[in-house]
Design a protein around this ligand. Structure first.
Ligand SMILES: [Zn+2]
Length: 125
């Protein structure tokens, strides 16, 4: 009975009209779906709140910008990051060289395999 009384009290002030039902997008002022407002809402809710401003480089594909942003925030799934988030990893050592733990810095920059790859990409022999 208490639940019914509470429901009656809360719905008692609602006035129903004869206007047909319609869809209303709650993120915009006019109630119409808007990609820009939706993107801003998703950015505000999903993206990490950091002091680093997001400046996308328009010369490279979006996925590269996202990758660099995630790398800067240390959000790429290295073995150390996965382990620190509670995922059971048997070995957090680098899969390429096995000389160090697999951090983002190691895999992309200090690993010997990565260094050799960067050197080849730069055209050095
Ligand atoms: Zn390595």
């Amino acid at each position: 009975m208490a639940i019914l009384d509470k429901l009656t009290a809360e719905t008692g002030q609602i006035t129903l009209t004869k206007v047909p039902d319609s869809w209303c997008w709650g993120l915009s002022i006019d109630g119409v779906f808007n990609v820009n407002q939706t993107r801003k809402h998703i950015d505000a809710v999903v993206l990490p709140n950091t002091c680093i401003p997001t400046i996308w480089c328009k010369l490279v594909p979006l996925k590269i910008n996202v990758f660099v942003c995630r790398m800067a925030l240390n959000r790429l799934p290295s073995r150390v990051n996965l382990s620190s988030r509670g995922i059971e990893i048997q070995d957090i050592g680098c899969a390429l060289c096995d000389w160090n733990v697999e951090t983002i810095d190691h895999v992309l920059f200090s690993c010997q395999v990565a260094s050799d790859m960067w050197r080849k990409l730069a055209g050095d022999k």
